[in-house]
Design a protein around this ligand. Sequence first.
Ligand code: AMP
Length: 439
Amino acid sequence: MSFSTFGLSDEIIRAVTERGYTIPTPIQAQAIPAVLSGGDLLAGAQTGTGKTAGFTLPILHRLSDKSIKGPSSGRPPIRALILVPTRELAAQVEESVRDYGKYLKLSSMMMIGGVNINPQITRLKSRVDILVATPGRLLDHVQQKTLSLSQIQILVLDEADRMLDMGFIRDIKKILALLPKQRQNLLFSATFSDEIRALADNLLNQPLLIEAARRNAIADKVTHVVHPVDRERKRELLAHLIKQHRWSQVLVFTRTKHGANKLAEFLIKSDIPALAIHGNKSQSARTQALAKFKAGDLQVLVATDIAARGIDISELPHVVNFELPNVPEDYVHRIGRTGRAGAEGDAVSLVCVDEAKLLTGIEKLIKCELTSRVVAGFEPDPQIKAEPKNNSRGGEPRSAAFSRELPTAKRPAIKTPAHLVRSTTNRAAAPRNARGRGH
Ligand code: AMP
């Protein structure tokens, strides 16, 4: 299958070809015709599946094809709204819109918080066809009456599970109330919690259901390994691994902003170029760090989960969990950043005795026991017990899970088992015969 089979306009095909894509990904193969048909869509797709082009290409086609008409005179209104959870994802999605739409006469805008609102107000005075926004700032504009959503024809909720995790549900409901009833709705989510299902039930009208990544699946071709280590020696072990393996591009996750800063400082002192990104950094500092990292000019990027959401770095070879995430689903999201588009990736977790229960939770979620390998010289001290404060959150002292890991130290790192890899397509299509869009 090629992109030309969808009937997308020549301008779009040209941009896609220049980008180097030849074969649509499974999510694109399903999403593009579905969106072109004008119906609602519920898509199970995580970052790395090509979901952005999956919705962007057909939206660009529909808006430029005038299959969705704007008014015959005057400045065209905003007709497509793409809501995303984070500023980073907003930047990436809007960049994709601009890139895929570069030969079209459509105009897009990114609207995010953490930056001065005035340039956005000025920008809104000229033509915007496609708005990519985070919910908070969008509502600020609504309140200031600098934005009208009354002509929105297509709504995308991207990474909807993330938006709910981040507490955006009330904002989303407020925004939905401002949109015209007649519209096309596309909901993308990596996981399907009951909350997501409830949102989908409310929002979508006879949606087509497509799934490119299985629920809570992890990417294929990713090698997962756990290195048991004492909590006080994690920094040293990380520096050792980076130097020993000569890793040139490593994304490291920490649980806290403070932890991210401290770790970056330590790495720099160890002669490893590193920068931390998290919510306390200014948007421009985050963007700059990300750009340097993407360009290969920065060896290590240390990030908290929230700051890293939506980071899209193709073929990122190494992801390190300096600390395991509190929420097992975040492991899947973190690892989703490696082993993209068929490339091989490494997911390394440095796990101390406090994190035994978190590890068990992750293994239960991904239905896969992660291989443990003690690094010579960094053997955990059996005398060290879990900290009481961590106990309440996760680990009983030296739980069975953690002890179990140690004797298996010599096993080779495993590949993601076949039943967990991104399945190709899982067409669980809901019948869609009636095309009523009255909701
Ligand atoms: P996404 O899931 O939208 O974040 O995309 C993940 C990565 O896949 C991005 O780097 C895209 O540029 C890339 N990509 C998207 N579609 C294709 C395709 N059809 N062929 C090759 N790479 C693609």
